[in-house]
Design a binder for this molecule. Structure first.
Ligand SMILES: Cc1cc2nc3c(=O)[nH]c(=O)nc-3n(C[C@H](O)[C@H](O)[C@H](O)COP(=O)(O)OP(=O)(O)OC[C@H]3O[C@@H](n4cnc5c(N)ncnc54)[C@H](O)[C@@H]3O)c2cc1C
Length: 509
């Protein structure tokens, strides 16, 4: 049997995952599609929210041998390191807070607005309709959410975001992993999916299985050995986004600002999406890459900034260091805020990092503040003068901005940016302040699916038989920008949709 590894050796090329190489290798491997090292029913690629929900729901729908493959040494991908914010309309805390007028429809309306005409309302509605199922899957699997916590987050019209007790999505992925193990799902780490094995069928093409580098040790491509695994019922691509793949991001979105750092785990490189495309899958919205507007230039990756700014956006304001004036509606969605922030430049075009600040006294014991100050990505200031001096903000204008802001809080109206003022506070020193700059965060683009998770062929526009995608690997769902807390929802909820699709497809096969 000629394996990809043999082929690479014969050709004298070293690096797996090259976009240009892949079609050649796919053809070589597909020349011998009948030899398998193993046969299973369903292969799920990726162990984040999407993969775990897909696997558990597929298993519960009666699919026997479900195998989850992940290239990394740990479970969970970006889902495990995420902030643990989860949008759930009509969740029990929301109802206890007396918020009765939320619904899946209201959530979808918020998402469609943020998507600026590019979202897919049909899929969004399916996802929203399964929000409570996804939440209950977590609860039943032992996930702990913060007690009595339900918050309004950027771009949403209702407080509907619950948050994992430990403050990261790992509180979900670990519990779902235990649940999946208990239900007989076979999880395999250090299994890097290198390629697909395709065949022709009556509808066009069909995925038969995958070629896997077993024993792979990220990021060393020479580790592991190649095996071929057949999947009788299909392959579900839950391999996440490609925000960490700088070369790919630069190709699909040449306008992406090179000064942006990235929040994602190092393995978020999108090679399975490219492999699917090499094997005939249709891409969509690959150029729509979201930047998080709460990044700090004073720490790497996701860091503490997002948590700190969950106070800052509500209680404080964001100002330009050049003008001392506010630059945006601090409660708007990520795209609106990012667009306002990137305009802040010094004369030499280098970033003039805006500054967000809020009252210190009300939050001095809050872990979000103490951690940030300890790690010097935020600072405490006892006066406006000290704040202005640290960041070289024109002090007279800063004082005027604060005075004007305090008037807006009293009037509960923001004539500058029409911000929702319900959680705004009058500002008075001491302050806690941090610098902000967007970070590459999320891919709205990926594989084009039908509304039930089937990946579409770029040749026929029809589903490629037995190939599915959910979570961040699937594209075209959110449009121009995804609202916060909605990726967690999407990944977990789409598993329910996918299970129905698998059952339907089995009947029709
Ligand atoms: C720091 C951070 C904070 C965030 N906070 C929030 C939040 O609070 N709320 C929210 O809703 N969203 C948040 N997001 C977005 C959200 O976490 C992600 O969009 C979501 O977790 C994606 O889930 P997924 O299952 O699709 O992919 P992932 O969780 O990324 O999982 C993909 C998996 O596929 C595996 N994989 C990739 N390629 C291969 C391959 N070739 N072979 C085998 N396996 C492979 C990866 O190793 C990974 O484990 C955050 C994102 C980040 C980065």
């Amino acid at each position: 049997m000629t394996t990809r590894r043999d082929f690479i050796k014969k050709m004298g090329v070293g690096v797996a995952g090259s976009v240009a190489m892949a079609p050649v290798m796919a053809a070589q491997i597909n020349a011998d599609p009948n030899t398998w090292d193993e046969e299973v029913d369903l292969i799920v690629i990726g162990s984040g929210f999407a993969g775990q929900s897909a696997a558990i729901n597929a298993k519960r729908a009666g699919i026997n041998k479900v195998v989850v493959l992940d290239k990394m040494q740990v479970i969970g991908g970006n889902s495990a390191i995420n902030g643990g914010w989860f949008a759930v309309p009509r969740n029990p805390v929301q109802l206890a807070q007396g918020i009765e007028d939320d619904s899946p429809e209201v959530l979808v309306a918020d998402q469609v607005k943020a998507g600026r005409g590019l979202s897919n309302p049909v899929i969004l509605k399916k996802i929203a309709d399964h929000a409570l199922d996804a939440y209950n899957l977590c609860i039943d699997s032992g996930v702990q959410f913060k007690k009595d916590f339900n918050m309004l987050v950027g771009g949403h019209s209702k407080a509907r975001a619950v948050r994992v007790e430990q403050g990261t999505g790992g509180g979900i992925t670990q519990q779902l992993y235990q649940q999946g193990l208990a239900e007989g799902i076979d999880y395999r780490l250090q299994h890097y999916v290198e390629d697909f094995v395709m065949a022709s069928d009556a509808h066009g093409s069909k995925i038969e299985g995958v070629i896997v580098n077993k024993g792979y040790r990220f990021p060393e491509t020479h580790t592991g050995h190649t095996v071929r695994i057949k999947a009788k019922r299909g392959v579900v691509v839950c391999s996440g986004g490609f925000s960490r793949n700088k070369a790919l991001c630069a190709i699909v979105d040449p306008a992406l600002d090179p000064t942006f750092d990235c929040t994602n785990q190092l393995g978020a490189t999108g090679e399975v999406t490219l492999t699917a495309m090499n094997n005939g899958a249709m891409p969509v919205h690959m150029n729509l890459i979201q930047s998080g507007h709460w990044g700090s230039p004073d720490e790497g990756g996701f860091g503490w900034s997002n948590a700190l700014l969950s106070i800052g956006w509500h209680k404080g304001i964001g100002v330009s260091v050049n003008s001392g004036k506010r630059i945006m509606n601090e409660r708007a969605d990520r795209l609106t805020c990012t667009n306002a922030m990137v305009k802040q430049r010094h004369a030499d075009n280098s970033p003039a990092y805006p500054v967000v600040f809020f009252n210190y006294n009300n939050y001095q014991d809050d872990g979000r503040v103490t951690r940030a100050i300890r790690d010097e990505m935020a600072w405490k200031f006892d006066s406006v003068e000290a704040l202005a001096a640290k960041f070289a903000i024109p002090v007279a204008q800063l004082k005027q901005t604060i005075e004007q802001w305090n008037g807006y809080v009293s009037a509960q109206q923001d004539p500058d940016f029409n911000r929702n003022m319900d959680s705004a506070e009058r500002l008075q020193p001491p302050f806690v302040a941090s610098r902000i700059w967007p970070k590459v965060h999320y891919c709205m683009g990926g594989l084009k699916t039908d509304n039930d998770g089937r990946v579409l062929s770029s040749k026929s526009f029809q589903p490629i038989t037995n190939l599915y995608a959910t979570g961040e690997a699937a594209g075209g769902v959110h449009g121009a920008t995804r609202l916060s807390s909605c990726a967690c929802l999407e990944g977990l909820a789409m598993g329910f949709v996918l299970a129905k699709t698998l059952v339907t497809d089995a009947k029709e096969a």
